[in-house]
Design a protein around this ligand. Structure first.
Ligand SMILES: [Zn+2]
Length: 145
């Protein structure tokens, strides 16, 4: 990374901070002593989801978060715990090492995690995900808890 002031190639890192968006480095040019910041974004490989109808879609964390957060609405579970769980889910999906994961596999991962955290949120999520048709579906699922 060249210095934006004098175009010198050498700089030293004075500070490094990692954030979810990438690594931020404060640098000092060894020639003119000006300081500047560089960002290095973590390149996450795209993961694709195969939907029930066979369509292929890019894995979208925001979509996953939306569904999960809805299930946790008004539940006494902290945002931190939910975020941590979502991170774990995303990691699991990425760790599979496959470029493609079926929606159903993701659903199973999510439900397993949710069950551990909160039964009510789990049932809510399962009802949407499994497309519960009537009260008996709920009863069946609750029995399994
Ligand atoms: Zn410089």
């Amino acid at each position: 990374m060249n210095c934006p002031y004098c175009d010198n190639k050498q700089s030293k890192v004075t500070n490094k901070r990692e954030s979810p968006d990438g690594i931020r480095r404060r640098r000092e040019c060894l020639k003119c002593r000006e300081r500047f910041t560089t960002y290095e974004t973590i390149s996450k490989e795209d993961v694709y989801i195969i939907k029930k109808d066979g369509r292929r879609e890019k894995f979208d964390r925001q979509k996953l978060e939306g569904g999960i957060n809805r299930a946790f609405e008004k539940r006494p579970i902290s945002k931190e715990k939910i975020d941590k769980m979502i991170n774990e889910i995303e990691e699991l999906i990425r760790k599979k090492g496959k470029k493609e994961t079926k929606t159903s596999e993701i659903g199973e991962i999510v439900m397993k995690k949710m069950k551990k955290l909160d039964n009510v949120a789990y049932i809510r999520f399962a009802s949407v995900y499994r497309d519960f048709q009537d009260i008996n579906d709920f009863k069946q699922e609750i029995k399994k808890l």
